[in-house]
Write a protein of this length. Structure first.
Length: 320
């Protein structure tokens, strides 16, 4: 176990090189854009930039653990709008807004558990299972909504959506709290840290007495629950639910995780701190695109380039 712990620390130090490179790019972009736009680093623009990436940020926290464990979860792009839609339908029918939140989180946990159950049952890579679940949920979302938004939510929820804490909207506060909790737990909690051992070498982890299957259930459940929370935050932000909320969301969240130093080619590598830096970097790039008036279609091109670049950089660093 001690040797494994030292190995993890060594790999994390190598991953820090990638984080330093990303931080330098953040400084360069901020400096350049502040010369072009006076209000780029204003509190208003920073809040708007981060608010736009709250769903991706929350989902990226869960995906960090999934990818560290050596898996992948594409179902988040279906879970996020699914929970938003179900929640809006429930509270419009008279369900208490807090009870509705609890119920959709339980639904999401069941979906996460189903992902791992099917992975074991079919003995296939989680990519296939979670992609199938994503397609099923997206189809359900489209059928239920008829491609239209669900709005006209009850007044108690509208009051909640207008709450501000020190001038910040609730979704941004929730993202900050979750990021702190997940960062501390992954750094200090023994159960959370099992994902490093499972991702690094599942067979060795099993021989050391770590229940790999139990750990993977936890990994997929927390990923789905965080995707559900992201859906609730989207409803709080827009006061409505729409089937299109999860469009390309999984790709953007995965890019944030990988840019932040979590390895997709080698399990057992990554951190929540790195993921947050990745979220800030991608949100910063997209905000720069928006202010520059560049066609938003180019954002997907940039996302793909950053994803490939981050994987290649991670590979080069680990080889050295």
């Amino acid at each position: 176990m001690k040797r494994s712990a030292l190995s993890i620390k060594g790999v994390l130090k190598k991953a820090d090189i990638q984080l330093v490179a990303v931080i330098i790019m953040i400084v360069i972009i901020c400096t350049a854009m502040s010369f072009v736009y006076d209000g780029f680093l204003s509190l208003y623009n920073i809040k708007a930039m981060l608010m736009a990436y709250v769903p991706e940020g929350i989902i990226a926290l869960g995906l960090t653990l999934v990818i560290i464990s050596g898996g992948i979860d594409l179902s988040v792009a279906g879970v996020m709008p699914f929970t938003a839609i179900v929640y809006c339908l429930m509270i419009k029918s008279g369900v208490n807004i807090w009870l509705g939140m609890l119920l959709v989180l339980l639904f999401a946990a069941a979906i996460g558990a189903a992902n791992n159950f099917l992975r074991n049952l079919l003995n296939v890579h989680p990519f296939i299972v979670t992609m199938a679940v994503q397609l099923i949920l997206k189809g359900f979302n489209l059928v239920v909504t008829g491609s239209s938004s669900i709005s006209g939510l009850p007044e108690p929820f509208m009051v909640l959506s207008r709450v501000r804490i020190f001038g910040f909207k609730l979704p941004l506060i929730i993202l900050a709290v979750l990021a702190c909790v997940w960062a501390v737990m992954l750094a200090k909690n023994r159960f959370f840290r099992r994902v490093y051992f499972v991702g690094g070498n599942a067979k060795a982890a099993d021989l050391c007495g770590i229940s790999v299957n139990r750990t993977m259930y936890f990994v997929f459940i927390q990923s789905a629950v965080l995707a559900a929370i992201a859906g609730l935050m989207a409803v709080l932000n827009y006061q409505a639910a729409n089937y299109s909320y999860g469009l390309n969301l999984d790709t953007r969240a995965i890019t944030c995780v990988v840019v932040g130093g979590t390895s997709m080619t080698k399990g057992g590598v990554g951190s929540i701190g790195g993921t947050i830096i990745g979220v800030i970097f991608i949100a910063l790039v997209y905000n720069a695109f928006l202010l520059s008036g560049i066609n938003t279609y180019f954002q997907d091109i940039v996302t793909g380039v950053f994803l490939v670049g981050a994987v290649l950089l991670g590979q080069r660093v680990k080889e050295k």
